[in-house]
Design a protein around this ligand. Sequence first.
Ligand SMILES: [Fe+2]
Ligand SMILES: [Fe+2]
Length: 300
Amino acid sequence: MNAVVPLTRKEKTGKRLAGTLRAVAKTPKGMIPKVRRPKFDFADSGDSLPRYWWDNDPVKTLLLAALSASFPAGERFFIDSVRHYQDRITDPELKKAVKGFIGQEAHHSREHDLMNGFLQERGVDLARLDREIQGFMNWMRKNLSPERQLAHTVAVEHFTALMAEEFLLKYDALDQMDPRMAPIWAWHAIEESEHKAVAFDVYKAIGGSEFKRVTEMMLVSIMFPLFSSIHLVQLMKEDGQLGNVKSWLGAVNYMWGKPGVFRKLLPSYFKFYSPNFHPWNHDARDLVEKAKKKWLGDWA
Ligand SMILES: [Fe+2]
Ligand SMILES: [Fe+2]
């Protein structure tokens, strides 16, 4: 009879280390973010667009609206933090990728600005949130070193890649949205996945500190959910939905219960803290290709 010989403590540690120290991925060759210039005509949606355009649900819809309010100012900050080091990049692929990154983020900023203006006209006060976020970004520009600002971008880019790959493109969120609102979110998610490693690769190329990368992620992990929650509560209150228990419980269940989209992306989130982290350790190109076919059509 074959007895199973238990691993010694040393062997167990070795096995664990082998898992942790596996080869670090790199950005795939030729992975240059493509700059697309879609136009989303929100005015066309007019009054026929439901007020709660994601799953007819106030919490879900206003959470995305709050996130959208943070994009124009946030993405201008990301662009500037990367652009600061643009001249120091010597690798030709990374130079091209930086241009693609700047082009993509500039268009996200522009289209979300238009979308926010459209929602503002429908009585969702995103202009105030935009001003607050702009104020915070200005504070960071003045008070943080360029390296810390880039570390901030690297951390938030990990968040956006997770949201894109392990939430929007993976589950049925886009299908639950009104078809006039889903394409902008699909386009944005696809491009966030395409350029997810650009800021990280620039940070590595300039010799960015690991301490700053990790501590900035810790700060972002507190600030991002905190600001998003405060903004969501404010928007819910302004919409007279603060006491909508059904919507709150439904959204909490969706995020943390079943399917538990946020709960399920926690393991990927924590990988950021590994010294071997690289955004392309998680290759989501299959998912992105499928989404491109479904949502981008001719301009994929
Ligand atoms: Fe973006
Ligand atoms: Fe991005």
